[in-house]
Each structure stands twice: as C-alpha cells, then as structure tokens.
Design a protein around this ligand. Structure first.
Ligand SMILES: CC(C)(COP(=O)(O)OP(=O)(O)OC[C@H]1O[C@@H](n2cnc3c(N)ncnc32)[C@H](O)[C@@H]1OP(=O)(O)O)[C@@H](O)C(=O)NCCC(=O)NCCS
Length: 181
C-alpha cells in the first residue's frame, strides 16, 4: 500500500476557526444528514488538541475529531472518536490510520484509560482500520443510526482495566456485569 507521504500529505493539529470550513465540507460529504455547525464547534472548541487534519496543499483531505472526558461510572478517562474521514480519492494510503494514531498518542499523553467509538456494522473500511490498530468490538447497538442500521461500539485500551487481573476480562468488570443482563 502506498504511503501518504508520497502524495505530499502533511498532518497538522487544528489551529483556528480558519480550519473549520475544510473539515466540515470533507466530513459532510460522507453523511446522509449533515451535522450542525454547533456539533463541530462542541468537539473542536472544547478539545482542539484532539482534532487533526491531513492537508494536501491548502485542501483538507482528512480529518479526525475526538474528545476526552471522565467516564461517570468508572472514574476513568475515556477518549471518544466522534468523526473521521478521508477524501475518497486518497483512501487506502494510511491517512486514516495516521490520523487515528495521532489522536491516540495525544490521548495517551493526557492519561486516557481507553478510547471508544461507534461505527455502522456495514462500514468495512472503518472496521478494518480500527481492527488493524487494536480496537475490539465491545457491543452491538441495535438501530443506532437514523437509517435504522446497527452500530458496533469499538474500544481501544491504553491500560488494563480494573478487575482484569481478577478475571473480569479485557472489558473490565462493568461490561461483564452488563453482559450478564
Ligand atoms: C474509514 C476511512 C477513514 C479509512 O481511511 P483510509 O485512509 O482509507 O484508511 P487506511 O488507508 O489508513 O487503512 C488502514 C487499514 O484499514 C483497513 N481498511 C481501510 N479501508 C478498507 C476497506 N474499504 N475495506 C476493508 N478494509 C479497509 C485495512 O486493513 C487497511 O490496512 P491494509 O490496507 O494494510 O490492510 C475512509 O474509508 C473514510 O473516510 N470513510 C468514510 C467515512 C467513514 O466511514 N468514517 C468512519 C466513521 S467511524
């Protein structure tokens, strides 16, 4: 597979509002129902250092938008990948993987315990990309999307969860309790 560098793609952290139109027009292309600008602002203005762009010249050809906050039940720090997209013509060149890795590295610096996201069960590209990085399927969410499709919740662990050494498995005690019904 060709490396993104061959295409003169550079990776940058979000700088300012001037980056916003490029991000929105890229991500909106892949959505059946575009997000409101307030959704973008919620994530990017609160966690600007968890937003990265792939730039080709002055054009945004890849973007990832994430957040990191405290998990209510477990008091752990949970990263969340809200949006990820790569320009159609440049897919398959590891731009998406590099964007995810940049966010995971930043989350690790910020002491994240885990990172989660949801993706459609039919999204082979996203499922392949996240599996290759080390995400695992945590659960299936029925009719999660407006189009009626199910989602998988995927999870990446930065640290072994509490209870792992006691035999609760890689998803920790809470997930096992939920699975028991
Ligand atoms: C998902 C997406 C971001 C992937 O970006 P990308 O830059 O093409 O992905 P990468 O080149 O980094 O792929 C990395 C790995 O993911 C897997 N993968 C990527 N696209 C794939 C596809 N269409 N089918 C199967 N596996 C795929 C492969 O394992 C690949 O590694 P390999 O080629 O060495 O086997 C891109 O397809 C996209 O923008 N899709 C539309 C928006 C979207 O679905 N976003 C995710 C929402 S959660």
């Amino acid at each position: 597979m060709a490396d993104a560098k061959e295409e003169d793609v550079r990776f940058e952290q979000y700088k300012d509002e001037g980056d916003m139109p490029g991000i929105i027009s890229l991500i909106d292309k892949d959505l059946s129902e575009p997000y409101s600008v307030f959704t973008y602002r919620y994530f990017i203005n609160n966690w600007p250092d968890l937003c990265y762009l792939a730039m080709q010249g002055e054009t945004c050809v890849g973007a990832i938008i994430c957040k990191l906050d405290e998990h209510r039940c477990r008091k752990t720090h949970r990263g969340y990948i809200a949006m990820l997209a790569v320009e159609k013509e440049l897919r398959g060149k590891r731009i998406g993987s590099q964007l995810v890795q940049l966010c995971l590295s930043r989350m690790k610096q910020l002491n994240a315990d885990e990172c989660v996201l949801e993706t459609e069960v039919t999204n082979k590209g996203a499922l392949g990309l996240y599996r290759s990085i080390g995400f695992v399927k945590e659960k299936r969410l029925h009719k999660y999307y407006l189009n009626g499709n199910d989602a998988f919740r995927l999870k990446y662990l930065f640290k072994l969860p509490e209870g792992f050494r006691e035999g609760h498995g890689c998803l920790g005690a809470l997930a096992e309790d939920l699975a028991d019904g």
